[in-house]
Design a binder for this molecule. Structure first.
Ligand code: NAP
Length: 491
């Protein structure tokens, strides 16, 4: 793996990226005047800085969201849908610029970033279509004494907290259903990647989202700021995407005011390849499941369990394909594997790979951080990973494929389920009956059969076990922002 040449990019777009806090109809600075530096993980250079909101600004954002709540809830669903559709078109019109921005602040390859923008915008289109289909229920009580009417009402002001790995999509996956349901919100983007969220918020504002409906508060003190927001009785919803560790803290915080909580947490996806799999298709799927976002995805395949009869050929081909990937700054057009987000990520990958090797794994490709500027780890394959290795328990969140052979399917399922996580899983087999039986037995919220991608705005995304609570995307994602109101009627 060789070093690359880097050329300094610039932030250019249809408008100057706002770097303040969006509160009501204004971009403002923090009262403290504090700012957070935003760097480019491909170089470590500072790109710009954003306002660093504190508790005061967090509560001001809740004030703005609460002030806008009644009007937005009363806005006809058709109108809300039209605004969301305008956001979809406005976002897609800026796909290239937004992708560039994502790539700059997150480090991912432009091809991944373009895909993210399209996926992110799709939530606006999908929820524009869903906004006018929030149906109720009507039935007779079994006793015959009355009728039962159920309507779905907006739950109220929502706090949305997002991670750095999909700075656009994780924001729109929450904002779009919240707005479709008639809720207003406060978004707290990740401190590593706020620029994309700020640009999306400005695009939404220009597309017609009324003042106060979407507010954005960046902060270097997420704990105290989010805690203050969650203890404000006007806030009725928390939707969080991030690590299981922070998810646990937030669930405890939300308990104090009994706030409805949706949690999209960590993953540790198993990728099962059965002997009768189409090898080329399995490799193609493995490359997507492992290398989308250079492995920095909660759905990323973390553990490849490959049946003995196909194992050696799978490893050989995977090494070949991974070795051919071009590593470099995401903004370079040839790059296929961009930078990791920060040194902490590199340290974690090194620790997990080091532990696996110590316990007997073979490094078949990569396995060492690249030298030079930026946070680069090369595409890596480690085979023969032994039971008890930490990489089997913890998401590596980087471009490292850990491969483990297995003999029979029951053993593979047992290994796949031996984790506290349960987000995504993958299975490859030409025998669809067998593949579906395996899919039903894997303990996770989403299983891809003979494909390497599960994410789809139209599908319920979410995990079981400690990977989360609730679902995003699809009609399920909308219901997370509604309360069922039951009215008993006699006439
Ligand atoms: P993280 O450290 O949990 O941070 C996520 C968000 O929570 C950030 O905005 C962060 O702010 C904020 N935060 C941190 N501590 C907080 C606290 N005490 N109170 C309130 N907010 C707090 O996760 P990450 O490293 O950004 O993202 C990677 C993780 O997200 C991985 O585990 C990945 O699997 C998971 N993920 C899950 C999904 C899914 O759909 N299930 C999707 C994407 C990612 P700061 O940025 O200021 O720290």
């Amino acid at each position: 793996m060789t070093a690359f040449t880097y050329t300094t990019p610039s932030i250019e777009g249809p408008f100057a990226i706002p770097t303040g806090l969006l509160i009501g109809d204004k971009w403002t600075e923090a009262a403290s005047g504090a700012r957070i530096d935003i760097d480019n993980p491909a170089t470590g250079e500072i790109l710009t800085s954003v306002a660093d909101g504190g508790i005061e600004e967090g509560i001001a954002a809740v004030d703005a969201a609460a002030a806008a709540a009644a009007d937005w809830a009363a806005t006809p669903a058709r109108k809300r849908a039209e605004i969301l559709l305008a956001c979809f078109h406005a976002m897609m019109a800026e796909q290239e610029w937004l992708a560039y921005l994502i790539s700059l602040e997150n480090g991912k390859a432009m091809s991944d970033a373009r895909g993210e923008v399209a996926y992110a915008a799709e939530f606006f289109r999908w929820y524009a279509e869903e906004a006018v289909r929030i149906n109720g229920e009507f039935y007779h009580s079994p006793s015959g004494s009355n009728r039962i009417m159920v309507q779905y009402q907006p739950i109220g002001v929502a706090l949305l907290i997002t991670p750095w790995n999909f700075p656009a999509a994780m924001a729109t996956r929450k904002i779009a259903p919240a707005l479709a349901a008639g809720c207003t919100c406060v978004l707290k983007p990740a401190a590593e990647t706020p620029l994309t969220a700020l640009a999306v918020a400005e695009i939404m504002r220009r597309a017609g989202v009324p003042a106060g409906v979407v507010n954005v508060v960046n902060s270097s003190q997420p704990g105290p700021v989010c805690s203050a927001i969650l203890h404000d009785p006007r806030v009725r919803k928390l939707s969080f995407t991030g690590s299981t560790q922070v998810g646990r803290i937030l669930l405890r915080e939300a308990a104090d005011t009994v706030i409805s909580s949706s949690m999209e947490l960590g993953g540790n996806a198993p990728f099962l390849v059965l002997d009768d799999a189409d090898l080329d298709a399995a490799i193609e799927g493995a490359m997507i499941a492992k290398m989308r976002n250079a492995g920095e995805a909660c759905t990323a395949a973390n553990r490849f369990y490959v049946q003995r009869g196909i194992h050696d050929r799978f490893v050989e081909k995977l090494v070949e394909r991974m070795a051919a990937l071009k590593v470099g700054p995401g903004t370079d057009s040839a790059t296929q594997c961009g930078a990791m987000i920060n040194q902490k990520s590199i340290d974690k990958i090194e620790r997990l790979v080091g532990d696996a090797v110590e316990k007997g794994a073979d490094v078949r490709l990569g396995g060492k951080t690249l030298e030079g500027a930026g946070f680069f780890y090369p595409p890596s394959v480690i085979a023969n990973v032994q039971p008890g290795s930490a990489i089997l328990d913890d998401e590596v969140f980087g471009p490292v494929a850990a491969v483990i052979p297995f003999d029979d399917i029951d053993e593979a399922i047992k290994l796949a389920n031996a984790t506290e996580y349960g987000l995504a899983g993958y299975v490859y087999s030409e025998d669809l009956k067998k593949a579906l039986q395996v899919a039903e037995r894997i303990e996770c919220g989403m299983v891809a059969v003979n494909r390497g991608l599960v994410s789809d705005a139209a599908a319920p995304f979410g995990g079981v076990k400690q990977s989360g609570l609730g679902r995003e995307g699809s009609h399920h994602g909308l219901i997370e922002y509604c309360e069922a109101k039951y009215i008993a009627v006699s006439w």
